[in-house]
Design a protein around this ligand. Structure first.
Ligand code: 5AD
Length: 448
């Protein structure tokens, strides 16, 4: 057996996307070549998400499809990595006995050795490796095969020490582990030298970062140092926890113009009673105070959020509280979900008592309110204005290009610039979900 090529398919969050970049780097170092589809590959890896049940179910249907290739190519290997691999371990092989490899979230670095074992044994029995590693820091990946030509994803911490009652992530990613600050800054410098203009700092609760070698070097300090690296033109981070913003983080964000004027503040619910049962560690009022801090920090910050509807015990009055908070804050964008009970979480044992139909109605009401808000913001703040846009690639219509403002708004425009180019765009047309514009020679506002 000669495993020479690989294809990775990724479900889920930016952390998962970045893990796939780390895996691609590892396999390339091993001399393997990345190909464009499972059908061309010797090894197919599915990087999985288990944050909601739907995402976890998708794993087995996708594996079932890919399995067909084994008929004509008996040496074709199938591996499962990521959160479902961590959560289900051996059970993945019980449910899908044709899977050759199951590798958990802490063990990705072991992939090349596991592949060697399979190759050398000539009997590719399944290999399952889902141990959690002790130690204060995650394993380093010296070679990352970045998907983007202009944005460098950079892990600063992994795992989560919170206990939100709906969330499986502490179970699949383990406790917080922080990378030493000097290694993070070195990776940023290296990326900039390679031509990356945007840096995205990643962590499950990114703003609870603490250097394992120096407890005084926390998120704000890291953010400032990162922003001071010459060549970092845009700096973003995700995902922060509302309770973890040090006072000086906002000061650093206000001071450093290359830190994008955008922040994701997961809300989950606008009702203090629900937030309490979610174990979110903040009330409605405390969340609103944080929003005020951002509104008064000296820069115009675009806020985005995550919301769950239909959490156990959520009454229609609780849901009204969510709507009123959304109305009050005026988020620039939102991800919203129906509550999905997850194993290993506290809420799993509670009755999932909001009927499916009610969850659907609440989700639709929330999304329709958010669409109105976005249309209003797009009309008032963006239409007729001129922005700096970083080009990302081909737009959905396959004709125009698209890019992002520093506030993270997607802008479509006719043109042919390559990804990573900064251009000026006049916004000429807006809808609830998109902005359209024309390229112009100059741009005045770097914000938003
Ligand atoms: N059900 C629905 N949504 C969830 N999220 C996390 N866990 C669940 C769950 N059990 C959502 C939260 C989180 C986002 C990444 O996914 O809103 O912020």
């Amino acid at each position: 057996m000669n495993v020479q090529s690989f294809f990775i398919e990724t479900f889920g969050c930016q952390m998962n996307l970045h893990d796939s970049e780390k895996i691609a780097g590892l396999l390339a170092q091993r001399g393997m070549v990345e190909v464009g589809s499972a059908e061309e590959a010797d090894l197919f890896l599915l990087n999985t998400c288990s944050v909601r049940e739907k995402a976890a179910q998708k794993v087995y249907s996708r594996l079932g499809e890919v399995k067909k290739r084994k008929g004509a190519h008996p040496d074709f290997l199938i591996g499962v990595v990521g959160c479902v691999a961590q959560q289900e371990g051996e059970d993945v092989v019980k449910k899908a006995p044709f899977v050759d490899l199951v590798v958990g979230t802490h063990m990705v670095h072991a992939l090349p050795d596991l592949l060697d074992e399979i190759q050398e044994s000539h009997r590719p029995g399944p290999r399952v490796s889902t141990r959690f590693l002790p130690g204060p820091s995650p394993v380093e990946f010296p070679e990352v095969a970045r998907q983007s030509s202009f944005r460098a994803n950079i892990t600063i911490m992994e795992g989560c020490n919170k206990h939100c009652s709906f969330c499986i992530v502490p179970h699949t990613r383990g406790k917080e582990r922080n990378r030493p600050g000097h290694l993070i800054l070195e990776e940023i410098r290296r990326s900039v030298n390679q031509g990356y203009v945007e840096v995205l700092l990643l962590g499950q609760t990114v703003n609870s970062y603490r250097d394992p070698d120096n407890p005084r070097f926390r998120f704000a300090e890291l953010l400032e140092q990162a922003a001071r690296i010459p060549g970092v033109q845009r700096l973003r981070f995700t995902s922060p926890h509302p309770r973890e913003f040090q006072e000086n983080t906002l000061a650093v964000m206000a001071e450093m113009n290359n830190i994008c004027n955008q922040v994701h503040l997961p809300l989950q619910s606008g009702s203090t009673a629900v937030l309490k049962r979610m174990l979110r560690q903040h009330s409605r009022e405390e969340y609103l105070e944080l929003v005020d801090r951002f509104r008064n920090c000296g820069r115009d910050m675009a806020l985005s959020t995550d919301i769950i509807v239909g959490f156990p015990g959520e009454t229609s009055q609780d849901f009204e509280q969510t709507l009123s908070l959304v109305e009050e804050v005026q988020f620039e964008s939102m991800f919203s979900f129906k509550y999905s009970p997850r194993p290993f979480t506290q809420a799993h044992s509670w009755e999932d008592d909001v009927p499916e139909q009610e969850k659907t109605q609440r989700l639709m009401a929330l999304q329709s309110l958010q669409r109105e808000i976005q249309l209003k913001i797009h009309g008032e703040k963006y239409l007729g204005q001129n922005f700096e846009v970083l080009v990302e690639g081909m737009a959905r219509d396959k004709v125009q290009r698209f890019g992002r403002t520093t506030s993270n708004k997607i802008v479509n425009y006719p043109g042919n610039e390559s990804p990573g180019t900064f251009i000026g765009v006049d916004i000429t047309k807006v809808g609830p979900n998109s902005l359209n514009g024309q390229r112009v020679e100059r741009f005045q506002h770097s914000c938003p």
